[in-house]
Write a protein that binds this ligand. Sequence first.
Ligand code: ADP
Ligand code: MG
Ligand code: ZN
Length: 475
Amino acid sequence: MSGFEAIIGLEVHVQLNTKTKIFCTCVTNFGDIPNTNVCPVCLGLPGALPVLNREALKKAISFGTAINATINQNSLFARKNYFYPDLPKAYQISQFEIPIVGKGHLDIEINGVTKTIGITRAHLEEDAGKNIHDGNISKVDLNRACVPLLEIVSEPDMRSSNEAVIYLKKLHSIVKFLEISDANMQEGSFRCDANVSIRPKGETKFFTRVEIKNLNSFKFIQKAIDYEIQRQCNAFEANTYSQEVVQETRLFDTQKGITKSMRGKEESADYRYFNDPDLLPIFIDSILLDEGKNIPELPDKKIKRYVEELSIKESDARVITQDIDLVKYFEFLVERSIQPKLACSWLTVELQGRLKNGNTIATCGITQESFYMLLLRLQEQKISGAGAKILLDNLIQNKGGNIDSLIQELKLEQINDDNAIHKIIDELLSKNADKVLEYKAGKEKMLGFFIGQVMKQSKGANPSRVNELLRKKLQ
Ligand code: ADP
Ligand code: MG
Ligand code: ZN
């Protein structure tokens, strides 16, 4: 594909974490018994009227603020008409002419170079229900019908699957930092449609795009885009481009690793959009606008602050800010005067390195408080680095625990008392008089042996003290 350039634009559906649905008061819980969180409004019963959830609006405004977008204080809801078994009204309430969030952008970092990805718009809409295909029968669960979605549409600014994934990861982390969605990809709260086209290098107009629907893991998104780019390039080179690459919706078969045609792509005219007569035009007053615009510190700003104020390496700051939970732990520790570098390496290397099988910081059972106590005892030299690692292994295994009782139980207390160290040294040297002679005769590496023995017997005495006291004694 060396003679071609790939063009990618992404549509991301983010499920907003409001307590209730966007147009009714049913709860939005995931995984409840099917069809228990429903009412006349979300079942689409005749005569039932939708009422807009203010929280959903506020979360959309927060997102717009985070991507430096225009917030349209006046916007409209429209009906998007189509039939599907999980859409009881036979139309979806969405936004068409004027979305709440207008043009914005997101900066991504590709091999140290910053690239700006345009965001065309972000609009509010209701989710559909869920069809569950079970052997010969299909069932419909309407618990998800009418749950608020924010659809975020990017410009066709990405040029590789790698750029697309970097953009998505950034978007994902921003949504998590704003706490407007749990953004759980397995549960479908953050799902992506990828629009992909190619063109010969040097060409300026766009070619036909194909839309790959409902991708819900970064790995599959990357694979699906790469497959699709290759398929289109192959068709171009085989002179079958106009037959094989048509504007359509495709699905990614995760088993086979290929995309397959699902249906022809509708044009927006096919949906017969019109303004929803059941909902008043939206007006965002200054109170709501201020509430929505009041957002927490986002990854880019944090990275800058960590580097400038806490002397953390930029690459480490990037690792921490990829994950809101890491950030929360890190800031909790630093606010309580744990040295930033110590906090950073114990979080990103020691703790994360020990998390296996999908276990995360949030689920491993080690609270911010107990991780703080562990690092405090280390910083105070009450335990050694080696002792702290044993302690951490134990915490991981038992999903948490009380630090000070564990230090006692596991006998990890570091001996800092010179007298106690002296005693151990004296005993050791008198038992090993021959080795002392060897050392004095010039066999310097005996020192390592002595240090090792003292450390072992003292179960982690302060190593620098041991070293110093041993040298003095041997002289
Ligand atoms: P639709 O609802 O029909 O999919 P949208 O405007 O919501 O239309 O989304 C279109 C998406 O396709 C945008 O993300 C846009 O950047 C992208 N796109 C448009 N043209 C191309 C193209 N030639 N190649 C790749 N992506 C494209
Ligand atoms: Mg689309
Ligand atoms: Zn309802």
